[in-house]
Design a protein around this ligand. Structure first.
Ligand SMILES: Cc1cc2nc3c(=O)[nH]c(=O)nc-3n(C[C@H](O)[C@H](O)[C@H](O)COP(=O)(O)O)c2cc1C
Length: 385
């Protein structure tokens, strides 16, 4: 089966992290003017009294704004900066199935080579061979996770990213042992094999989740794609299989084409706010209908995007691009903005959350379809000649 896998590239990650760190230190003057939302420069002074405490997969959070997996959560210092900025939780960048596979293949190969040369010695000290492989990427990751979890008061969530069954899922256990408060399981599966059926793709998601759930007892969220024939049914199956949270959605690498060079360009750019509509649509449909926590991820750039996610019914709202663009400290402004919004609207967070979710007694299909029909009618009146 051929599948494409995402690779954020360590250079790109490092560059994005360095740029965000510089912005954080320099303050708002250096924020990207192109995308700068109004809040960036607005001075919001809000009394720190409005209660924003939230619950995500059973984890108590001081507020519902979560730094999603990305370049700002690669070192203990940068994770700590996110905590200091005020976020409710941090998801670390991902460890990828491919990296874990590669590492275990290397270990086996080196162990075999060494056992041939030092067979006798290894029969007494076999562990030495494994240790001699040196610090692997996963052990570096686990070290940051362990140190980060000790240094933080807020939950630190480990992220595992893969698409097939296999031993890589056991890494979830090591993340738990290192102190992760939860696991975010990113299933990035592009069914490039044209013979794979929809049901097989869906079943694979459930199998991978079960493999992870089997080895941990901390909460597990599944970060997934919206591209299923019946996303609601997939979401429900994952919840039934034990998903404690659903993170909607993964951003798919959709390569572009450079017509001058006649080359495929596969850059991974920062997102724009429009992509937030799809996760909100599904949060509104699923809110109150599944027992897992709901996280919306994608296009959260301003205070209003956070409010919209909560109105749709999300338990938490995640953001990466905005923090890369404006610096980690921008999270504090988003959170102040949310507090200010609640105070001005005279609403509590609980009252706000899910206010615009699809009512539990309504048929979501009819609800969405009637919204669609009336939107088209409105657009025809607006743009028609
Ligand atoms: C530079 C960069 C690196 C990212 N790295 C990861 C990653 O390691 N694992 C993951 O699950 N998502 C990763 N993401 C995706 C984000 O977690 C998030 O889902 C996506 O960017 C949409 O949210 P946003 O619009 O707030 O950026 C990355 C995003 C960016 C921009």
């Amino acid at each position: 089966m051929s599948e494409m896998s995402i690779n954020y590239g360590s250079d790109a990650l490092a560059a994005a992290a360095a740029s965000a760190a510089a912005k954080s230190v320099a303050g708002n003057a250096t924020t990207d003017q192109l995308m700068a939302p109004r809040e960036v420069n607005a001075q919001v002074t809000v009394p720190n009294t409005t209660d924003l405490s939230s619950n995500y997969m059973g984890l108590p959070l001081r507020n519902p704004v979560v730094a999603s997996a990305g370049p700002l959560a690669q070192t203990v210092d940068s994770i700590k900066t996110l905590e200091d900025a005020g976020v409710g939780a941090v998801v670390m960048h991902s460890l990828f199935e491919e990296q874990l596979r590669y590492e275990s293949e290397q270990i086996v190969q080196q162990t075999e080579e060494q056992s041939e040369s030092f067979a006798e010695a290894l029969s007494y000290f076999p562990v030495t061979a494994i240790a001699s492989v040196g610090a692997t990427l996963s052990s570096q990751y686990l070290q940051v996770l362990e140190d980060g979890a000790k240094a933080l008061e807020i939950p630190l969530i480990g992220s595992l990213n893969g698409a097939s069954g296999g031993t890589w899922t056991a890494e979830a256990r090591r993340m738990q042992d290192a102190g992760a408060s939860a696991i975010e399981l990113n299933i990035y599966l592009v069914p490039g094999d044209t013979s794979i059926t929809g049901r097989e793709v869906e079943d694979r998601h459930v199998e991978i989740l079960r493999a992870v759930k089997d080895v941990v007892n901390i909460p597990v969220a599944v970060k997934l794609s919206p591209y299923f024939s019946s996303f609601g049914e997939v979401a429900t199956s994952l919840c039934d299989a034990g998903a404690d949270g659903l993170v909607m959605f993964n951003r798919f690498l959709q390569p572009d084409i450079d017509v001058n060079k006649r080359e495929v360009v596969s850059g991974f750019e920062l997102s724009s706010p429009e992509i937030g509509r799809l996760p909100r649509t599904w949060a509104a449909v699923l809110s109150g209908k599944v027992k897992s926590s709901l996280a919306v991820s994608g296009g959260v750039e301003t205070r209003d995007d956070i409010v919209k996610g909560l109105l749709a019914g999300a338990d938490v709202v995640m953001t990466t691009s905005a923090l890369v663009r404006h610096g980690a400290a921008y999270a504090g402004r988003l959170i102040d903005g949310l507090r200010d919004y609640l105070r001005r609207s005279d609403l509590t967070l609980d009252q706000l959350r899910g206010m615009l979710a699809v009512p539990s007694d309504a048929s979501a299909s009819e609800y969405e379809r009637s919204g669609y029909v009336s939107a088209i009618e409105k657009a025809k009146r607006r743009y028609g000649v």
